[in-house]
Design a binder for this molecule. Structure first.
Ligand SMILES: [Zn+2]
Length: 122
């Protein structure tokens, strides 16, 4: 699926940027269902009972609650903060508009925003 691959590529880079870890992401990889970051054993959030979340990363979800009371669009803006950093390291020249368009297509597929169902795509 083209869209999924595109987002995968995007977040593979973002992930390397944030963690400094070269982590090959495959299609079976789980992604945070809030911010779209690839989930690893190290960056999973925690449920209310202290167990590891299957769906969300530690930046988005701790002790069974979302760390930020974002709308989908706010989450997109939040993730765009990392764009300059990402471009600098990868040599890619993704404009904020291009990155934003990718995320606005990708995020509605994530569980957190799918359930809310009150986002606007544009
Ligand atoms: Zn997340």
């Amino acid at each position: 699926m083209a869209l999924q691959f595109h987002a995968l590529h995007f977040y593979n880079r973002l992930y390397r940027e944030l963690t400094g870890i070269q982590h090959p992401i495959n299609m079976e990889q789980h992604f945070c269902q809030s911010c779209g970051m690839p989930l690893t054993d190290e960056n999973r959030g925690t449920n209310a009972d202290g167990s590891r979340s299957e769906d969300y990363c530690t930046y988005c979800y701790q002790s069974g609650k979302f760390t930020q009371d974002f709308t989908m669009n706010q989450m997109v803006e939040f993730c765009l903060q990392f764009l300059d950093q990402m471009n600098a390291h990868t040599g890619q020249k993704l404009t904020p508009l291009q990155a934003k368009e990718q995320m606005l297509q990708y995020f509605p597929h994530l569980k957190r925003w799918k359930e809310a169902d009150n986002h606007s795509i544009l």
